[in-house]
Design a protein. Structure first.
Length: 199
């Protein structure tokens, strides 16, 4: 496990996502990082929201089992467009296909998060944002994919990088689109004794 923003034996982020790490650090939290190694695979007929919440549960429980004395947070973010759940692209062609689908459409970004202790879920929730893309040209899509930026992101774009230029409307939390609804997560963590350090 790596230390991040200081060290706290009592709080673990069950994610290797640099965006979640940054958001929690910027919020003033100290934590350790532990990857869950849970395989992300949707079940037949599973909605985007159900999938995201189930993944958050499975990830946090996997890490909590190994660190029962800690508070463990996990999250999973997916995009839903035209009834399809979009996770991270498997390759550049998949990323291009996702971006073509999102072009000129409104889609939903869902983050499920879960908090566990001693191998049991103590709190979980899902948070939804709605994002509308302008029309994207093939040249824009190709340049963005060639940059490598979309390849580790649900829906193949990041609101924190130049993918933000594709967006014409956003309803809900911007941080949720990045991968972690900070306000809701901080409120939940506070109920379990995890609070930002004094600055």
């Amino acid at each position: 496990m790596d230390d991040a923003q200081g060290s706290s034996k009592g709080f673990i982020l069950a994610s290797s996502s640099p965006r979640r790490r940054q958001l929690l650090g910027d919020a003033g939290l100290s934590f350790r990082i532990a990857e869950s190694n849970v395989v992300e695979a949707a079940r037949k007929g599973e909605s985007a929201g159900d999938f995201a919440l189930r993944m958050a549960h499975e990830k946090t429980l996997a890490v909590s089992a190994a660190s029962p004395d800690a508070i463990v947070l996990a999250a999973d973010t997916v995009v839903e467009c035209e009834g399809r759940t979009l996770g991270k692209p498997v390759d550049a062609d998949d990323a291009r296909a996702m971006l073509r689908m999102l072009s000129e459409r409104t889609h939903t970004v869902v983050t499920g998060f879960a908090i566990a202790r001693a191998g049991a879920i103590v709190e979980s929730a899902r948070v939804t944002s709605r994002v509308t893309f302008r029309s994207l040209t093939e040249a824009e899509i190709d340049a963005y994919v060639r940059s490598g930026a979309p390849l580790d992101k649900a829906g193949s774009y990041g609101i924190q990088d130049w993918g933000e230029g594709f967006i014409v409307a956003l309803e809900g939390s911007r941080e949720n689109v990045m991968g972690l609804p900070v306000r809701e997560v901080l409120a939940a963590l506070a109920r379990h004794g995890i609070a930002p350090r004094l600055r």
